[in-house]
Design a protein. Structure first.
Length: 433
């Protein structure tokens, strides 16, 4: 469990890493640096007074820490804003991160989506690289991925430094080790992806880059909660989405909660009906087996059952489009299937809301696109639960478009990794002005 390859972060500060730093007498100062970075990440440009109040810091302490972060080009002062009344103009502080590059990579069945940005969030480039045989198994797949990643690493501008890479995979990931435990779609099992990418970067002379690997729906949920919801950030948020299957995420205080070994938020396999249809996971009656895209397509009669899985696997957008078009045209069989799916979704949500008591439940991916056919029966199922005062504040919200949440969430997590370990991953740049 080599500590130099992991992101520090069991702390409540920015980032998604799972291991906690070895705390020493200097860590109060370090923790305060992280609090400032998190405040700016979550609240945007802020006055020094607001930062001090939000972080519980004395103004003198905060000013000293801001100067250190400026020296590393992690924060910058904006132009002055006139005060109300007399006094010098306020100069808000904002995230900077211009010299530091963070790379988000979504690994899909036949290619990779890439989004590179500064640590402050300014997009540098985005790309899609077709890799038709990526799903051919862990070793052949890794060979293709390695070559594609090498090309992307070579695109980092000479004046910038790559500090973090986050890879999103469609499958279970042991996040402490960065190992792909099981990816049905890719056919990968037991691939130590974090170690492989870390070694690849070391060969390029970039041994200090933070590398993370995560379930793709975890990162989609991270982006949905942090970017697509209006402030303030919810304390606890549940996300359900996906394109080929039902995925999920649990986001606590703006960071993905991974659980013991990376698989928290596996809401697609909540057991709704033990006597229900078989699920690819080997159980019966999981939410996936009742409302997954393949099930909806097959039960609707739009595609022969034996062809439904192939269509969903190869072209999930087309499969979703066929369902939505038929429902919009008033196809009674499709409408009945979607109504039953909404009811099953509500049964699962009732248990999830009871167990987690979230501030908000977000539906994205194909569930969000089908919201007008799923929400009413789902809300009817959870109505008794949310009628109880302790659960009444939970909001059920659907995101209606197929935004590129996975790769955007991967880039967001890569930026977080730097904000969670700024002293290791960055250095002083000039005088920081």
């Amino acid at each position: 469990m080599p500590s130099d390859r992991s992101r520090p972060a069991g702390s409540p500060e920015p980032g998604r890493g799972r291991r906690r730093r070895g705390w020493s007498s200097d860590d109060l100062r370090y923790g305060n640096l992280l609090r400032i970075l998190r405040h700016l990440r979550d609240h945007g440009p802020s006055s020094r007074t607001d930062i001090a109040a939000g972080c519980g810091l004395a103004m003198s302490t905060m000013t000293e820490l801001i100067a250190e972060l400026r020296g590393r080009r992690l924060v910058r002062e904006l132009k002055g804003v006139p005060r109300k009344g007399a006094g010098r103009p306020l100069r808000p502080v904002a995230l900077d991160g211009e010299p530091w590059c963070a790379l988000g990579v979504q690994v899909d069945l036949s290619g990779i989506h890439v989004l590179a940005s500064t640590v402050g969030g300014e997009e540098l480039w985005s790309d899609y690289v077709s890799l038709p045989l990526l799903h051919s198994g862990p070793e052949p797949g890794w060979g293709l991925l390695r070559e594609a990643l090498d090309d992307q690493f070579g695109r980092v501008p000479e004046e910038m430094t790559l500090v973090a890479v986050e890879l999103a995979l469609p499958g279970y990931v042991a996040t402490d080790r960065g190992t792909v435990g099981w990816s049905k779609d890719l056919g990968w099992d037991g691939l130590p992806l974090q170690d492989r990418v870390t070694d690849q970067l070391a060969e390029r002379g970039r041994a200090e880059v933070a590398v993370g690997v995560a379930h793709d729906c975890h990162l989609a949920g991270l982006h949905a909660v942090r970017v697509e919801l209006a402030l303030p950030l919810p304390h606890v948020a549940v996300y359900l989405g996906g394109l080929r299957e039902v995925g999920g995420a649990l986001v606590v205080d703006g960071a993905v909660f991974d659980g013991e070994d990376g698989s928290a938020g596996d809401f697609g396999h909540v057991n709704v009906d033990p006597r229900g249809p078989s699920c690819p996971c080997g159980r019966n009656g999981c939410l996936e087996s009742l409302i997954g895209p393949t099930t909806l397509l097959a039960r609707s009669g739009l595609v022969p059952a034996e062809d439904a899985d192939t269509l969903v696997t190869q072209d999930p957008t087309a499969a979703l489009g066929a369902l939505l078009a038929a429902a919009d045209d008033g196809d009674l069989r499709v409408l009945a299937v979607l109504a039953e799916a909404g009811d099953a979704l509500g049964l699962a949500l009732d248990d999830i809301i009871g167990a987690v008591n979230p501030s908000v439940v977000l539906l994205g991916g194909y569930l969000g696109v089908l919201q007008r056919y799923l929400l009413e029966p789902a809300r009817a199922r959870v109505a008794r639960r949310t009628a109880v005062t302790s659960f009444s504040a939970t909001k059920l919200i659907a995101l209606g478009d197929l935004a590129p949440r996975v790769v955007a969430g991967a880039a967001l997590a890569a930026r977080d990794a730097c904000l969670a370990d700024p002293l290791r991953l960055t250095s002083v740049v000039g005088d920081g002005r």
